[in-house]
Design a binder for this molecule. Structure first.
Ligand SMILES: [Zn+2]
Length: 446
């Protein structure tokens, strides 16, 4: 066996002699974890004939391993996948060059319409330990959609780059939130986030609470609004994120003006503010307003909690992305001297007025695209999460899919959390879906 023999055969890329070699070798090595091996063997036995699989070449598998510094790319793992073997002259490697889009036609996450050659390329791979290679493929890969695995790989490679240069990176990954004590939910409850996360549930199932609490790690004001609902209870939860190194923020609050933050166990008297949250808020566009009517610019400014001056800067950038569902927007002065936002929304007439010309769904798409522009440019400098807690209400399944594809694009270096009212279990291909079961109390996930 050559020095990469073991790593390579565990990639699941080839069913050949190297597989036999590793099995023999494994049994001689009592330090290794038996499930890792049995996983590798099962995987090979289930494989269809070799010709149909988009296996990685040895060169690609080696490059993936080296780019990952032979460490698992799963954010909470990063265990080393290589080390000393049983004998002085042996290397033991347990990692796997795992496929993002599936190697075979009916594998986890599907083929995404990619050709066999495209699925063999290095950009379709991620280096994982055997345990996590197995985990990400469970349930047909629905818990780990393609955009999420791509971000895992990116954040891991950034971590390796940072380790080599001894600097910390500029982007972050919000991995999970564990709620230890709270109203509404049955605790403890852990929620894992994807690149895009859809939180589905009935009314009063705690969707907005999850968004508020997540945002609460950077903004105590979103927690203060929960003071009344808490009554005498304590709200306590922990958020794990990577910047690219693992960080934990614990938050505890039980009254209107009392919020405690702990960063990696240390109390901090101020909000650690590690992440910028761009939140699309519900603001009513009241046509029968008794006071002076809000201008379109004011409406957008309130919806996004961003100054009107910045909204103006962002508008020309709407619709430039490939998967955009909006062609563009522009401010124009009407005959009555009012500034109005005119829109080119795909599937409808060009130049329609935001306020009077668009349906609710179309207006929500425009707002979402403006929010995404802000998040995209923010994420170039600071870790950013886009929270959408009402706009998705009006999207039917077709639009929801398009919007999720748009938010999952590689160029978007931010994560998104979308709330959606649903009365049954949902599952979205491009997103990690969290189904909340129940309402008002003892809500749990499925
Ligand atoms: Zn791992």
């Amino acid at each position: 066996m050559d020095r990469y023999g073991q790593a390579y055969c565990l990639t699941g890329s080839r069913v050949d002699l190297s597989n036999l070699v590793i099995s023999t070798n494994f049994r001689r090595d009592p330090d290794q974890d038996p499930p890792l091996f049995s996983h590798a063997v099962c995987h090979h036995r289930q494989m269809p004939s070799r010709g149909q699989r988009a296996d990685f070449s040895r060169t690609v598998a080696e490059k993936l391993a080296k780019r990952a510094a032979y460490k698992c790319s799963f954010p909470t793992c990063i265990r080393s996948t290589t080390g000393p073997g049983a004998n002085e002259d042996q290397v033991s490697t347990t990692g796997k060059a795992a496929h993002i889009y599936s190697a075979s036609q009916n594998g986890p996450r599907g083929t995404g319409g990619l050709t066999l050659e495209q699925r063999q390329r290095i950009d379709n791979g991620i280096w994982l330990c055997a345990k996590h290679a197995d985990l990400v493929d469970k349930n047909g890969g629905t818990d780990f959609p393609v955009p999420t695995l791509r971000e895992y790989r990116r954040i891991h490679e950034e971590r390796i780059r940072s380790e080599r240069a001894l600097i910390s990176g500029s982007s972050a990954w919000v991995h999970s939130m564990t709620i230890n004590s709270a109203p509404i939910f049955k605790t403890p409850l852990t929620i894992h986030f994807g690149k895009v996360t859809v939180i589905c549930g009935e009314n009063h199932s705690g969707k907005t609470a999850l968004c508020d609490w997540l945002q609460g790690i950077s903004n105590p004001l979103t927690l203060c609004s929960w003071a009344d609902a808490l009554k005498s209870r304590t709200l306590s939860y922990e958020v794990t994120y990577f910047d690219p190194f693992e960080q934990r923020i614990r938050v505890r609050t039980h009254a209107h003006d009392e919020v405690e933050y702990f960063l990696n166990g240390e109390p901090t008297p101020f909000d650690p503010n590690p992440i910028r949250f761009v939140r699309l808020k519900y603001v009513q566009l009241d046509r029968r307003d008794h006071g002076p009517q809000m201008t379109d610019l004011e409406f957008l400014s309130r919806t996004l909690s961003v100054s009107p001056a910045l909204i103006r800067n962002m508008l020309p950038l709407v619709g430039v992305q490939q998967a955009s569902t909006v062609g563009g927007v522009r401010l124009e002065t009407t005959s009555g001297d009012a500034l109005r936002l005119h829109t080119d929304v795909h599937g409808t007439l060009r130049g329609l007025d935001l306020r009077y010309g668009l349906s609710n769904t179309e207006r929500c798409r425009v707002l979402l695209e403006i929010a995404a522009v802000f998040a995209r440019h923010s994420a170039k400098r600071v870790p950013t999460v886009l929270l959408i807690d009402w706009a998705a209400k009006s999207f039917d399944n077709k639009w929801m899919k398009r919007v999720l594809d748009f938010l999952s694009e590689d160029g978007n270096r931010f994560q998104t959390v979308i709330e959606r009212v649903a009365h049954g279990l949902e599952s979205w291909e491009a997103a990690r879906t969290i189904n909340l079961i129940g309402n008002k109390e003892n809500v749990t996930t499925r």
